[in-house]
Design a protein around this ligand. Structure first.
Ligand code: ADP
Ligand code: ZN
Length: 765
């Protein structure tokens, strides 16, 4: 059945003024959707009128289509990917009321507050309401006025509520935080299990599930547990290109934390610590050093926790120091940095916690400070928890430990961990790709020295002992064991104990060495044995040579043309309005909107309404209030107003960055016409790495013809099947060719194709 488009709010016309634009932003998968383009028109209009946004994010469109088509669906998008709009915007274009299942009272309240601020008829029912308030919500629903109703699962499933809903027209059910249904996930909530009855009790209403958890078992579990029928499963791109990742070995942790905060003065951020005690200690130390920081952990009273949280979301305090207890249910979109002052417990946790930065798409920084001691701390914590150790928690801990210690692109490592290929060789937004980590010149020879020492001590000693032998210690124990007579004794005497210890850790993290048993004896793994024959690609960093991070997280194009003073003035205004109305600051306007206001400096309500993030309702509510300080500030500082600018692009793709030094060293080889294999051989690099260099070369030289590297018929088949490349993922195409065309060939042809599509000079005003 085709969806109805009546009952929406806003001032849209039935013809779609954005239709032309839509064709441009459509991706290949939606272009062939049987729904046709027409049904999206009203949703686009709503997006513009209500939210003040002019285009959908990747996957939002496909997700919304399944809602309009009334086809059960599961949408997996990382935090900040924009899941809420996937069900909120179509709800306004369909008959009846959408029922949104949400696990936490605080989440419901935030979402409903945000919707109401945009003029949407939304409500929640939960225990925080008085009887009279519940009555009034019910009346609104009976009168057909409510478009979105938020409830917790246990309330939804009460027979009273189900009866009530049977008398109401339901457009669809949206299950937010759907991973709570799975005990494979990290937030299992048994009450979610009951949601299965929705399909039985309301066969006409589709059920749509939303989560940020990427793992396949959780995904399957959601579909099965909810009893979804022929569900459309949409999995978004797990990369967060607007986040810059840095992973630093602990070296004066507090100072490292302070360095990050310094880079983000006047911006909101979260500092995560492993334990409550660390939270208290760190918060106290930061305050002593002059940074106002509030603690948050499960050991505090509800009252104190609420106070910390309120201060953070209303922006009377910029920094919160917290355990992992903080975060779920906090929708704050403008968190500009997340620091882990200790190693998180797993990559899944890291993705989730660091993902709280930059939900608004603006550049943000995630710094993880780690040490071997953190692993020990976690193991101690897990020891008391049989369930944790049984559930693979130790492997998860090992995985994050390896990620920290391996100097490989962080974006790539994270995305690949979640089972997606990462097509870029240099992300331009992590410490490794920004060249902040200096690598040793000849890691293979250095590794061989360390590995052979491990063999010389017969793989029967721990890392410290091996390191001492390598630096030539003449400690009593070493002499007693005769280890001062080994050929490897003193082989790395010039490097110092700390460096050698670190390299051993890195070889463990990269799986060339392994630690076993109670005494953590170090031995060679299979790949370690191969590395003895120079087969392998270890990466070892130069100790203490971490170059200082640039003063800001990443290139700051989203600040281009923004008057910082005016931005600050608007931020105070926002904070005041938020406190007055008792809502989070970002609900008034997001950071992206404030920046655009401080860039364009509109003089009229009409110009104000064109700013991204300003819908009809917010224009009416806050337009005049913000125009006034913009006018005053611009006059005092003699700033041009109504500036015509191209809006700053969101960081949706890696910024164009200069290729790194390794890559450039390969360019001459390519110019001389050498084959990929030849170059790989000469540079001692893997073929896939060299293809990355070649891609850099192709981009730099704007080469559009791949024929020197890929034969014509392969190229033609790749180009003929371009629509298979959905949102930058090349795996579907690879699978389509059933292994007959290599990933390398696809990457090369796509890069040349992109070069032919990008105009040399932008024609934008
Ligand atoms: P999620 O629930 O997936 O974590 P949200 O729904 O909270 O993400 O969205 C994150 C932020 O992105 C919000 O500030 C939201 O208003 C904004 N956003 C969502 N979709 C769009 C869009 N199409 N254009 C601009 N901003 C968007
Ligand atoms: Zn990178």
């Amino acid at each position: 059945m085709r969806s109805s488009v009546s009952g929406r709010i806003g001032s849209g016309r039935s013809d779609d003024p954005l239709a032309g634009k839509m064709m441009m932003t459509q991706d290949a998968s939606t272009a062939v959707s049987p729904s046709g383009a027409g049904v999206m028109g009203p949703v686009r209009q709503v997006l513009q009128d209500v939210w003040g946004y002019d285009s959908f994010r990747p996957l939002q469109e496909a997700s919304i289509r399944s809602v309009l088509d009334r086809r059960d669906s599961l949408t997996v998008l990382p935090t900040g990917g924009g899941k809420s709009l996937c069900f909120q915007s179509p709800a306004l274009c369909m008959d009846g009321m959408a029922v949104v299942v949400s696990p936490l009272i605080s989440l419901m309240k935030d979402q409903v507050d945000a919707l109401r601020a945009c003029g949407v008829a939304a409500a929640f029912i939960n225990s925080s309401l008085t009887q009279a308030e519940k009555q009034s919500v019910a009346e609104q629903i009976r009168a057909g006025k409510t478009k979105l109703l938020y409830v917790a699962p246990e309330r939804l499933l009460s027979s009273r509520m189900l009866d009530f809903l049977h008398q109401t027209t339901i457009s669809f059910f949206a299950i937010d935080e759907a991973h709570c249904i799975s005990n494979w996930g990290h937030d299992f909530r048994p009450e979610y299990r009951g949601l299965r009855v929705l399909k039985e009790q309301f066969p006409a209403a589709a059920v749509h599930a939303y989560t940020a958890t990427a793992s396949q078992p959780v995904r399957d579990d959601i579909v099965n547990q909810l009893g979804l029928e022929n569900a459309e499963v949409l999995v978004g791109d797990f990369d967060r290109p607007n986040l810059t990742y840095r992973m630093l070995r602990a070296n004066g942790r507090l100072q490292q934390v302070v360095d990050v905060i310094e880079r983000h003065r006047g911006e909101s951020g979260i500092v995560y610590c492993i334990s409550r005690k660390e939270v208290e200690r760190t918060a106290a130390a930061l305050n002593q050093l002059g940074t106002v920081a509030l603690p948050y952990h499960a050991g505090m009273s509800d009252e104190d926790r609420k106070q910390s949280q309120d201060a953070f979301i209303k922006e009377t305090c910029d920094v919160i120091v917290a355990t992992v207890a903080f975060g779920m249910g906090i929708d704050k979109s403008n968190v500009r940095f997340v620091v882990h002052a200790g190693m998180p417990k797993s990559i899944e946790h890291y993705q989730q916690e660091s993902g709280r930065a930059g939900r608004d798409g603006l550049e943000s920084e995630c710094v993880l400070i780690y040490s071997g001691g953190d692993v020990v701390t976690w193991k101690k914590i897990m020891q008391g928890d049989a369930q944790a150790t049984a559930g693979g928690a130790l492997q998860s801990l090992e995985a994050i430990n390896q990620l920290c210690g391996s100097p490989v692109c962080r974006h790539k490592a994270l995305v690949e961990y979640f089972g997606q290929p990462y097509p870029h060789e240099n992300c331009g937004a992590c410490d490794v790709c920004l060249d902040e980590i200096q690598l040793v010149d000849d890691p293979i020879t250095l590794s061989q020295k360390i590995l052979s020492c491990v063999l010389r001590v017969k793989e029967r000693f721990g890392a410290s002992h091996v390191a001492k032998v390598l630096v030539g210690s003449t400690e009593q124990r070493i002499v007693q064991l005769g280890h001062d007579k080994l050929s490897t004794h003193g082989l790395l005497a010039d490097d110092g104990l700390d460096a050698v210890r670190m390299w051993i850790d890195q070889l463990v993290q990269q799986s060339y060495l392994q630690r076993t048993g109670e005494y953590q004896l170090v031995s060679l793994s299979e790949s370690g044995r191969r590395l003895l024959h120079r087969d392998g690609n270890p990466r070892l960093s130069v100790p203490g040579k971490a170059k200082r991070s640039r003063s800001r997280a990443v290139s700051v194009d989203s600040w281009d043309g923004v008057d910082r003073g005016l931005f600050e003035a608007l931020r105070s205004k926002r904070s005041a309005i938020a406190s007055e109305n008792n809502v989070p600051a970002y609900i008034v306007f997001g950071d992206a909107t404030l920046r655009e206001l401080a860039r364009v400096r509109p003089t009229t309500l009409e110009a104000f309404g064109k700013i991204k993030g300003v819908g009809d309702r917010k224009l009416a509510d806050f337009g005049e209030t913000f125009l006034e300080p913009i006018r005053a500030y611009s006059e005092t500082h003699q700033l041009e107003m109504d500036v015509k600018t191209v809006p700053a692009p969101l960081a949706t793709a890696p910024r164009a960055v200069l290729p790194n030094a390794n890559s450039i060293s390969a360019f001459d080889h390519f110019r001389r016409g050498e084959s990929i294999e030849e170059v790989a051989e000469k540079l001692g690099r893997a073929v896939s790495t060299v293809v990355g260099y070649l891609q850099d070369f192709l981009r730099q030289e704007k080469i559009t013809d791949p024929s020197p590297w890929v034969d014509k018929s392969t190229r033609d088949s790749i180009l003929a099947n371009l629509p298979l490349v959905a949102e930058g993922r090349i795996k579907p195409m690879f699978e389509f060719f059933e292994g007959k065309v290599s990933y390398e060939a696809i990457r090369i042809v796509l890069t040349c194709h992109q070069n032919s599509e990008t105009p040399a000079v932008s024609e934008a005003e």
